[in-house]
Each structure stands twice: as C-alpha cells, then as structure tokens.
Ligand binder design. Structure first.
Ligand SMILES: Cc1cc2nc3c(=O)[nH]c(=O)nc-3n(C[C@H](O)[C@H](O)[C@H](O)COP(=O)(O)O)c2cc1C
Length: 202
C-alpha cells in the first residue's frame, strides 16, 4: 500500500530545491516549473535555486571557491530533495545545469548530493518531451548517488501548447498530471528522508 505524506506524522515541511536548466527569460521550462510548484502538496515547500550566475566550474578555483558556488552549495545543503526541470539541448541537458551539478558535487567526496532524493521533469516544445535530456541527467545522478524517482516519469511534450501567455496551465490533464507528480515526489522525499527528519526532531 502506498504511504502518502499526509499519512505520516508531521515533523516539519519538506524543503525542496527546484533547479531549472534554462537561463532564458521566457523559458517554457521555468513556466512549467512554476506551475508544478504551485501544485505542490501541503507540507512540501519548493524554492527555486538559481544557477545562472554560477561561474564555470574550474578545478583551479577549488581552493578558493567563488562566493556564488558557496551560496549554491549552502542552498542545496539546506534541502531534503532536489527537483530538476530541464529542457533538452542536442539530446542532452544544458551545460548550465551540468555546471551547477558539478559545482555541487565538489570537493570530491562531499556529501552534498549523496543520497539526496531527486526528481526529473524534462520539457520540450517537441513531441519527444526531452526524453534524451531526462535520461542523460538520470545517468549523471546515478554516479552522484542521488536516488531519482522512477515513477511517474515526466516528459512534458509540446509544452508551449499547455499554457497561455501568462503561464497558466490551460488543460485539465496537465493540471492533474502536475499535481500527481508533485504528490508522488513529496512521497518519495518523505520515504527517503523520514529517518533524518525524525532524528532531527527528537
Ligand atoms: C542549443 C539548443 C539545442 C536544442 N536541442 C533540442 C533537442 O535536442 N531536443 C528538443 O526537443 N529541443 C531542442 N532545442 C529546442 C528547445 O527545446 C527549445 O528552445 C526550448 O524552448 C528550450 O527550453 P526553454 O524554453 O525552457 O528555454 C534546442 C535548443 C537549443 C537552443
């Protein structure tokens, strides 16, 4: 039987970092992320962690990391889970997102990503829904030991047809899917994090 977050004893709100792999001002991926965040269940707080100002990862900088790297690492260290929304660039995920993941994964052996529950939503104006980006990212998360929710998968195809100009979701099926996805992700984070949450509260 599936155990939903509302069935579990409330400890504190789950904190989730939302990372968007597009820096574009009018990004469709970001609008989908906002629509999903607005449908998060009670008890899961989602905040966007920006990655646009992160200097390129360079191992030479590791002894004196740029302030933006440290701010990013602190933001990730404070959350219970990470939800990635990614467009697809050339059948993979964009370099800005890889840069953020690389920065979070260093110094080598740092536990920042290790064991962190993750979700992946790929977004595309085309029919394949960013399948290539979704699975390329999934592959990277395997190496980082980030347990990525397997079901439901989220490949948001023809994304520009799902919202109006203001970013409001116009289709009931999309609304329902995003709600179900966010509930499933809350359950996933809770399942993996509840021992930590309970220990912190006692
Ligand atoms: C460099 C580049 C490569 C792209 N490659 C793909 C691709 O492999 N698959 C795809 O579905 N769309 C591809 N696109 C189109 C993007 O899906 C589209 O530009 C989308 O709007 C980007 O997401 P955003 O609106 O969140 O910025 C590519 C776009 C760019 C700029």
């Amino acid at each position: 039987m599936t155990q939903h977050t509302q069935d579990l004893p409330p400890v504190r709100a789950l904190r989730v970092a939302v990372i968007v792999g597009s820096l574009r001002r009018d990004s469709t991926t970001r609008r989908i992320a906002r629509a999903a965040m607005a449908r998060a269940p009670r008890g899961m707080q989602c905040d966007v962690v920006d990655i646009g100002d992160l200097p390129h990862f360079n191992q030479d900088l590791e002894h004196e990391p740029p302030a933006a790297w440290m701010t990013f690492r602190q933001a990730i260290a404070a959350v219970d889970g990470v939800l990635f929304f990614t467009p697809e660039y050339n059948r993979s995920f964009p370099g800005c997102l890889k840069n953020a993941i690389d920065i979070g994964g260093r110094p080598h052996g740092s536990a920042l990503w290790n064991g962190m529950p993750a979700g992946i939503v790929s977004v595309s104006p085309h029919a394949l829904g960013g399948f290539g980006a979704n699975h390329a990212l999934r592959q990277t998360l395997v190496y980082l030991n980030m347990p990525a929710m397997q079901q439901p998968e989220a490949y948001i195809a023809m994304a520009e047809t799902l919202m109006d100009a203001a970013g409001t979701v116009t289709r009931a099926t999309t609304d329902k899917f995003l709600r179900q996805y966010m509930q499933a992700f809350a359950d996933w984070v809770h399942l993996l994090r509840s021992p930590v949450l309970v220990a912190a509260a006692t």
